[in-house]
Design a protein around this ligand. Sequence first.
Ligand SMILES: [Zn+2]
Length: 316
Amino acid sequence: MATTSFSKKNLGLETIDPGVKPTPLTGESTFLKKPRLTSAKSKKREIPEGLWTKCPKCATMIYDKELDENLKVCQHCGHHFPIGARERIHSLVETCSFEEMDADMLSVDVLEFNAVTSYIAKLEAYRKSTGAKDAVITGIGRVGPHRVGLGVMDFTFLGGSMGSVVGEKVARMVEAATDKGLPVVMVSTSGGARMYEGMFSLMQMAKTSGALAYHARNKLPYISVLTHPTTAGVMASYASLGDLILAEPGAMIGFAGPRVIKDTTQTELPPGFQTAEFLLEHGLIDAIVPRKEMKERLCRFLDYLTVGQRQLAALG
Ligand SMILES: [Zn+2]
């Protein structure tokens, strides 16, 4: 863990080593000198683990509280750290407007998959470590004045893999939005289909795509937001079907991994391959939107995409 390698320098504490610091110039300093130094020393050594995070891009040590307040974006270089599904929902919808759907839906072990550990044991471990039931949270919420069907994936639950529950929850949310005449916003992050569910996970690609096709047939907009990383089966289904496709800066987006592509095609991959910036340049992505601007930009895109609906409503 990064916290074990803290040096004084990283923590910015190199100038306040109490062992070598001159006596402070206060009246009480003479007889209080010893206890004061002892307490300062122990404070410095007892920095709790997990209070600071090192930015992998600019190597700055960031105070976790600051990182949380900044929606898990490094304030020094703009690096986007992963963010949990609930935190992201909180950052996108109006307070208390989100009604979660299918919150208790649980995966079952259809194939009785058993490798190093069983699928059931894996699910239980992830439920315990993340506090989530599966890799996506879906529901209806309000972004600015717009009610939308919203789905947010969480990479920390089994790599955001798409099993039957993820597919079913996404499909049901899209169908509910279609019924209610609402736009859909889907925030994806995924390593792909869930291997523990074999073919059943692959079938989710067709199911979710089908639900989105009906949604589109009803002339309702769908905005797909790609976050780091969005790959494989999810990218090959609902994540790439948006009327608008947005991405967070620096997100890795693709189908197969770069090494597999390089080995298969036997060609050198261009620099920046499979990054949001590369895909924006090549037309797959419509805009790269920093996390802090996401809500406002979504709101503006939704204004634009629902203008026809509002005009029709005004005509009665
Ligand atoms: Zn940084």
